[in-house]
Design a protein. Structure first.
Length: 1135
C-alpha cells in the first residue's frame, strides 16, 4: 500500500470520528425487553449505519437500572455504542449526585460512546440545572451536548457550561416546508462548537393523559430534512426517534409489549398498532454514508412509500390540530393544511418511472418532484388520490418493474371512530444488485432553495446558482453548480425599510439581473433594525371566545396561547411575552363547563393570575399529570405518578345547599365563599424617611447693573424617620407634608414651606406576576381547604376545659383564659426580634399593644397559610383515626359572665365520610368573649389610654362596670384584667393609670400637646461591663402612632449598665429647656404605659413619664438601634 492510500484511509477514519449519527431511544419503553430484543434493535441500528443510541432516561424511572445493565452488555457484544440523555422533564430534574453515579458507573464502559476520548452525554431539557454540570464535567470529564431548546441557542450558550448543543426543532411549522432557520441560529451562537442537528420523519400524538393532542406535518419531511443535513454538514445528527411510539416518530420495529404509552397516556385508540415505520430505515446506509464521507454507492435499488390510512374528513378528527398552542403556535385545522397524498422515495442507480394505484384506479400526474444530481441517488415524489382501496406504488425502467410496494390501503373504516393521523410506511428492495456511485457532495453545491415571505424570490434565484446563505434561505437540493448568468455590474442594496438580512442577497441577485422591487434597490438607504426575526413564524396576539370563554380567550390569545378548539385568533403578529407562570397557582375548569374545552386555558391563565369565576377554579390540589412538552411521555407503567384518589371540585352552591358526595376514596375541594358581612382590614403603620429641605431665592446685581435671580434647593438639614397610620381605604389616602418654615431655628429667618407627597405602599399596586423575579416567592393564596374522604366515622371532641391560652380582646386589650377548642395553633409571633443590643435588659412584658391573639384562626386548615392546625382530641370508636377540622366564629348576645346564648358558626366540618358544609349551634357561653363579624370591630385598637377610660367611665357605666373600670378619689382610674372561663371571671391583675399631671406652669413645648421626650439607652461598645449612653430625644407624636422624627439630640450621659432604669436625672435639656427627671419602679418591670415618673422643667408644664421598654429605631444619623426606656408626654396625649 502506498503512502497516498494510507493517507486517504487515515483521512476517512478522521471523518468517521468527526461525524456521527445517533438515534434517540426511550428507555422507559423497554420495560419488557429481553436480551434478544436489545440484540435485534442494536443489529438493525448497525445495519442502518447508526453509530449509537442516545438513551433517554426519566429521573426515578424504575426501568432504568435493569434496562441499562442488559443494554450495555448486549451492545458491547455487538460493537454498538450507547450514551446517556438525561430527561429532566418527564419526572422532574435529575439530582446531581445521581447523574454522577450513572456516568461514573457506565462512562468508562467499552460500549459507552466516546467523543475525542470523552464520554458523550446529552439531556432533554434541564437548563435550570445547568450549574450541576460544572461539577459533573469536572469529575467525569464528560462532553456535554444538552437539548435546552426551551431557551434557544443564545440563552443556552449563555449558561457557559455546554460543549455543544442539540436542537429539538425537527418539524415544520403549520403549512410550511421544513427549513433551517433554527439550525442557522444554533450554528451562529455555537461559533464553531459541535452542533447536533435533529432529524425526524413524522409527529402525531393523541395522549390526553399527558395533555397532548396535535401533529406537525410530516409529508415530505424525511426526504427534505436529510437534504438539509447534507447541505449544512453538522458535526452530529440525532434521529428523533427510534422508539417514541406516543409521538409517532419511531423508525425502529414495533413491539406490542412496548406500547405502554398508548395506555398510560389514555390514547382514545391505538394509533401505532399495525402502523410499521421500518421502511424509513431502508435508505439510511446510503444517506448516512453520504453525510459522513460526501459520497455513497447504490448497491441495491429500493422503494419506500408512506401515507395516512384514511381520506381527509372520513372520520372524527379527534380535535387534533396542526401545531400546538402549548408551544405558543397558531393552530390549524388538519383539513386546512393536509391533502390526500401518497409519498414515495426510491434509491436508484439511474432514472426510472413511478406509478401509483389506489384500488383499481391508476393515479394521474404521478412523477418525481426531486431527482438526484447525476441520476444516482434518491428520487422523491408524491401523488394526490381520491377514493379508497389497496395502495400499490411501482417503479419501472423501460417498461420493466424494478421494485414495487404494496400491503397498505386507504380506507374509510375508522379507528374507534377516529381519524388516524399516523403514517403507514412500506418498503421493498429490487431483486439483484447494482453498482452506481453517486457524485461527491464535495463537488456539489446548492442548486435549489427558497426562503420565507419576502425572501422567497431572492432565495429561489440565488440558491440555484450556489449562493444560498443559511441565515436567510434554506437549500432543498444539492448538485453540480449551474452556470452563472452574465454579470450586469448593478450594485444592489436592501430596499427602504428592509434590514441587513437582504444585503448579501440583493448584492448577488441584482448583479446577475434579478433585482425585485420591494426587496432590493440600486440606491443605498439606511437599514432598518428589526424588533424580531423575520424568519420566526407569526403568533396569535388577540383572540375571542363565546360565553364563559370570552375572557379566557381574550387574555390567553394575547400571549400566543389560543387553542383553536376553544378560541378564535383575531390578530397575528410578533409573540407577546406572557407573564411568568406561578407554579403555586393551578387552574382547572369549573364543574359546570366542558373539561376539554376549558382545561388548557384555565391552566395557562390561572397560573398567571387571571382565573375568571364561573369558568375556572383556582386550586393547587389537582391530580398530577405530565406536561405537554415534546419528547418525554414515559411508557413505563411502573413509573406513572397518576393518583388513585378522585379529586372532586364542589360547586359554590354547596354554601346554600350543604350537600355533596363523591365516590370513595376521593378528595373534595370546597369553593370560595363570599362572607355575608364586611371584613375590615387594618393596615399597619408605615415608616419612611423624610428630608428637611427648603428653597432659597437670591437676587444678584451683575456688573452691567442687570438683576438675576438664583433659586436653589438647600442641602438636607436633617433626615427624619416618620411613621404614618394609613386610613382603612383603597387606595390609601395620599399624605401631604409641609415643612417647618424655620427648621434650623435661625433668628429672623423663614423659608417658603416645601410640600411633599407620600403615597403609602403597596399602592400603586404591583402588576408583576406572582413569584416573578423571586419578589413574592412566599406568597400564600388563601383558599378553602381540601377535604379528604376515606373511612370512619370518628369525631374528636373538645375536652371542655380551659386550654390555658391567653386571649386578647382587640377592643379593650383585656386578657383572660381561653377554653379548650380541641386544637392547637402555631402562629407566627409578632414580638420584636431580640437584637441583643442590650444584654440582660430584654423585658418579658415588652410586647406591643398591637400584638393581639384573637383565638382560633378562621383560615386554619388552609394549607396555604403559615398556621398549623392539629387535632389534640380524638375518639377511638372506629378502626381508623379520623380528624375533624372546624373553623369557628363565636358570638354572644351579651358580655355578661352569666350569658348562655352564644352561637358558633362552623364554616367547614368533616365527620367520618360525610361532609357538612355549614352548621350553627347555640349553647352555654364557654368560650372567650370575641367580636362577632356583625359587630363594629373598632378602630386601630391598641391599649386604652387614661382619656379613653375616663370616657368609658363617664359615658357607658354598664360597660365600665363589665370591664372593671373604676375611679378613685385621687382621679386614678383602675382597670381589672380577668382570667378564667366565661362563667367564672376572676380578677387577676390591676393596672393603675393616673390622670395627666397638673402644674402651675402652663407653657408647652413647641409642638404643643403632640410633643414628647423619649429616653433611650445606647450601647457604646460591644464588650461586657462597659459604659452605656442614655440619650434624650425630642419628637412629635403623629396621630395614634409614635413618630420618632428627631429635631434635636438634646441630651446624653454615660452610665453603667446597672443604671438602665434611672430614678433621678438632673440637667436634662428638653426642647431647649432644662429639666429634671424623677422616677420609681416596681420590683418587676412594669407593663407598658405604666406611669413611673415625672419630668419637671423650668419653662414648660410638667410632663408625665410612662414606662415602655422596647427596641426602636431613631434617626440621629440614619437609623440608630437603642432600647426605649420611657416616654414623657404633655397635655392630653399622656397615657
Amino acid at each position: 500500500m502506498n503512502l497516498i492510500s494510507i493517507f486517504l484511509l487515515l483521512l476517512g477514519a478522521c471523518q468517521v470520528q468527526g461525524k456521527a449519527v445517533f438515534a434517540h431511544f426511550m428507555v422507559s419503553n423497554s420495560e419488557n425487553y429481553t436480551q434478544s430484543d436489545w440484540a435485534n434493535d442494536f443489529t438493525l441500528a448497525l445495519d442502518a449505519h447508526i453509530d449509537a443510541f442516545a438513551m433517554n432516561m426519566a429521573y426515578a424511572d424504575p426501568v432504568n437500572s435493569g434496562a441499562l445493565s442488559a443494554a450495555f452488555t448486549v451492545a458491547d457484544s455487538l460493537g454498538f455504542r450507547l450514551f446517556f440523555s438525561f430527561d429532566y422533564a418527564g419526572n422532574g430534574p435529575w439530582p446531581e449526585d445521581q447523574v454522577l453515579d450513572y456516568l461514573s458507573t457506565y462512562g468508562s464502559n467499552s460500549a459507552y460512546y466516546q467523543y475525542n476520548g470523552q464520554p458523550l452525554v446529552s439531556t432533554f431539557e434541564g437548563p435550570d440545572n445547568a450549574d450541576d454540570w460544572v461539577t459533573i464535567k469536572k469529575e467525569t470529564n464528560c462532553f456535554l451536548i444538552p437539548d435546552w431548546s426551551s431557551l434557544g441557542a443564545k440563552a443556552a450558550m449563555a449558561k457557559g457550561v455546554a460543549d455543544g448543543l442539540l436542537s429539538w426543532a425537527a418539524w415544520p411549522w403549520g403549512p410550511q416546508e421544513m427549513n433551517t432557520y433554527v439550525d442557522a441560529s444554533y450554528r451562529g451562537y455555537l461559533n464553531g462548537l459541535p452542533y447536533m442537528m435533529p432529524v425526524s420523519p413524522w409527529f402525531y400524538t393523541n395522549l390526553p393523559g399527558y395533555n397532548k393532542n396535535w401533529m406537525w406535518r410530516g409529508d415530505n419531511l424525511w426526504y427534505d430534512r436529510w437534504q438539509e443535513v447534507w447541505y449544512l454538514q453538522p458535526e452530529f445528527v440525532e434521529i428523533l426517534t427510534w422508539n417514541d411510539y406516543g409521538e409517532s416518530h419511531y423508525i425502529g420495529p414495533l413491539y406490542e409489549k412496548a406500547l405502554a404509552p398508548m395506555y398510560v397516556g389514555e390514547a382514545p385508540f391505538n394509533y401505532v398498532q399495525n402502523m410499521p415505520h421500518d421502511g424509513w430505515r431502508l435508505f439510511l446506509p446510503f444517506i448516512i454514508d453520504m453525510y459522513k464521507y460526501n459520497t455513497s454507492t447504490v448497491t441495491q435499488e429500493g422503494l419506500v412509500t408512506w401515507f395516512r390510512p384514511q381520506p381527509m374528513g372520513a372520520c372524527n378528527d379527534g380535535n387534533t390540530t396542526i401545531n400546538t398552542a402549548s408551544e405558543l403556535e397558531i393552530e390549524f385545522e388538519p383539513l386546512s393544511v393536509l391533502n390526500d397524498q401518497i409519498f414515495f422515495s426510491a434509491l436508484l442507480g439511474s432514472t426510472a418511472d413511478v406509478f401509483v394505484t389506489v384500488g383499481d384506479t391508476d393515479l394521474t400526474d404521478v412523477s418525481w418532484t426531486h431527482k438526484p444530481s447525476g441520476g444516482v441517488g434518491i428520487y422523491h415524489g408524491s401523488a394526490a388520490y381520491t377514493g379508497t382501496g389497496d395502495v400499490v406504488v411501482t417503479v419501472s425502467r423501460v417498461g420493466e418493474t424494478i421494485v414495487e410496494v404494496s400491503g397498505g390501503s386507504i380506507t374509510s373504516v375508522c379507528d374507534n371512530g377516529f381519524q388516524n393521523w399516523n403514517a403507514w410506511v412500506g418498503s421493498a428492495t429490487a431483486i439483484g444488485t447494482t453498482f452506481a456511485k453517486s457524485l461527491s457532495l464535495s463537488n456539489d453545491t446548492c442548486v435549489e432553495g427558497t426562503g420565507t415571505g419576502n425572501f422567497a424570490g431572492l432565495c429561489e434565484f440565488s440558491c440555484q446558482y450556489g449562493y444560498c446563505p443559511i441565515g436567510a434561505c434554506y437549500c432543498t437540493k444539492m448538485g453540480m453548480a449551474a452556470t452563472l448568468p452574465n454579470a450586469t455590474g448593478t450594485i444592489g442594496y436592501p430596499a427602504a425599510g428592509e434590514d441587513a438580512n437582504y444585503s448579501g442577497l440583493c448584492s448577488f441577485s441584482c448583479n446577475y439581473g434579478y433585482c425585485p422591487d420591494g426587496a432590493c434597490g440600486t440606491v443605498e438607504v439606511p437599514l432598518s433594525t428589526p424588533t424580531s426575526s423575520p424568519f420566526t413564524p407569526s403568533a396569535c396576539v388577540a383572540g375571542e371566545g363565546e360565553g364563559n370563554l370570552a375572557g379566557l380567550c381574550s387574555y390567553s390569545c394575547n400571549f400566543g396561547y389560543c387553542p383553536i378548539n376553544s378560541c378564535t385568533c383575531t390578530a397575528e403578529g410578533v409573540l407577546i411575552d406572557a407573564p411568568a407562570a406561578n407554579s403555586s397557582l393551578t387552574g382547572v375548569p369549573a364543574a359546570t363547563v366542558d373539561y376539554d374545552t376549558y382545561h388548557g386555558l384555565c391552566d395557562f391563565a390561572c397560573s398567571r393570575g387571571y382565573c375568571p369565576e364561573g369558568a375556572c377554579v383556582l386550586t393547587s390540589t389537582a391530580a398530577s399529570s405530565s406536561s405537554s412538552s415534546v419528547g418525554h411521555d414515559s411508557g413505563s407503567s411502573s413509573s406513572t405518578t397518576t393518583s388513585n384518589i378522585t379529586v372532586v371540585y364542589i360547586d359554590p352552591s354547596v354554601w346554600s345547599t350543604p350537600e355533596a358526595a363523591c365516590p370513595f376514596p376521593c378528595t373534595m375541594v370546597l369553593p370560595e365563599i363570599t362572607l355575608g358581612t364586611t371584613t375590615t382590614i387594618i393596615r399597619p403603620p408605615y415608616t419612611t424617611t423624610v428630608d428637611v429641605q427648603w428653597t432659597t431665592t437670591t437676587v444678584v446685581t451683575q456688573d452691567d447693573g442687570d438683576l438675576s435671580t438664583v433659586t436653589r434647593t438647600s442641602n438636607v438639614a436633617e433626615s427624619t424617620r416618620c411613621t404614618f397610620s394609613p386610613t382603612p381605604r383603597l387606595p390609601p389616602a395620599t399624605l401631604i407634608i409641609t415643612d417647618d418654615p424655620n427648621p434650623l431655628r435661625e433668628p429672623g429667618v423663614t423659608h417658603a414651606p416645601k410640600n411633599r407627597t407620600i403615597i403609602i405602599p403597596p399602592y400603586p399596586w404591583d402588576t408583576s406576576v406572582y413569584g416573578e423575579s423571586g419578589s413574592d416567592d412566599d406568597l400564600n393564596i388563601p383558599k378553602p381547604p381540601s377535604i379528604v374522604v376515606t373511612d370512619g366515622p370518628s369525631r374528636p371532641k373538645s375536652k371542655g376545659k380551659s386550654s390555658g391560652t391567653v386571649c386578647n380582646d382587640p377592643f379593650c386589650h383585656c386578657s383572660w383564659d381561653c377554653p379548650s377548642t380541641g386544637y392547637s395553633y402555631d402562629g407566627d409571633s409578632s414580638s420584636p426580634p431580640d437584637d441583643d443590643d442590650n444584654p440582660g435588659s430584654d423585658s418579658s412584658s415588652g410586647s406591643s399593644s398591637n400584638n393581639v391573639d384573637n383565638g382560633p384562626d378562621p383560615n386554619a386548615g388552609n394549607d396555604d397559610t403559615d398556621k398549623k392546625q392539629t387535632a389534640t382530641s380524638t375518639t377511638t370508636t372506629s378502626s381508623c383515626t379520623r380528624q375533624t377540622v372546624t373553623d369557628a366564629w363565636v358570638s354572644c348576645t351579651s358580655i355578661d359572665s352569666t350569658s348562655t346564648s352564644c352561637t358558633t358558626t362552623s364554616t367547614q366540618e368533616v365527620v367520618g365520610c360525610s361532609v357538612t358544609a355549614m352548621t350553627t349551634t347555640t349553647g352555654v357561653a364557654e368560650a372567650c368573649y370575641s367580636v362577632s363579624p356583625d359587630d363594629d370591630q373598632g378602630e386601630d385598637g391598641g391599649a386604652l389610654g387614661n382619656s379613653v377610660l375616663a370616657s368609658i367611665s363617664s359615658g357607658w357605666s354598664g360597660l365600665a362596670s363589665a370591664l372593671g373600670i373604676t375611679i378613685t378619689d385621687a382621679g386614678t382610674y383602675t382597670q381589672v384584667i380577668y382570667s378564667g372561663t366565661a362563667s367564672v371571671l376572676t380578677a387577676a391583675t390591676t393596672t393603675s393609670r393616673t390622670t395627666a399631671p397638673t402644674s402651675t406652669k402652663t407653657a408647652l413645648p413647641e409642638y404643643g400637646t403632640s410633643s414628647r421626650w423619649a429616653l433611650f439607652m445606647r450601647e457604646v461598645d460591644a464588650e461586657p461591663s462597659v459604659t452605656y449612653t442614655l440619650q434624650g430625644l425630642d419628637y412629635e407624636e403623629n396621630g395614634l402612632s409614635l413618630d420618632f422624627c428627631v429635631h434635636d439630640t438634646t441630651w446624653s450621659r454615660s452610665v453603667d449598665n446597672n443604671e438602665i432604669a434611672p430614678t433621678s436625672l438632673t440637667g436634662i435639656t428638653v426642647f431647649g429647656n432644662t429639666c429634671s427627671l424623677t422616677a420609681s419602679y416596681p420590683a418587676s418591670y412594669p407593663v407598658p404605659y405604666a406611669v413611673v415618673g415625672k419630668l419637671v422643667c423650668d419653662k414648660y408644664a410638667d410632663a408625665t413619664c410612662t414606662w415602655y421598654q422596647d427596641r426602636y429605631g431613631t434617626c440621629e444619623t440614619g437609623q440608630i438601634i437603642g432600647t426605649l426606656i420611657m416616654m414623657c408626654s404633655w397635655g392630653s396625649n399622656s397615657e
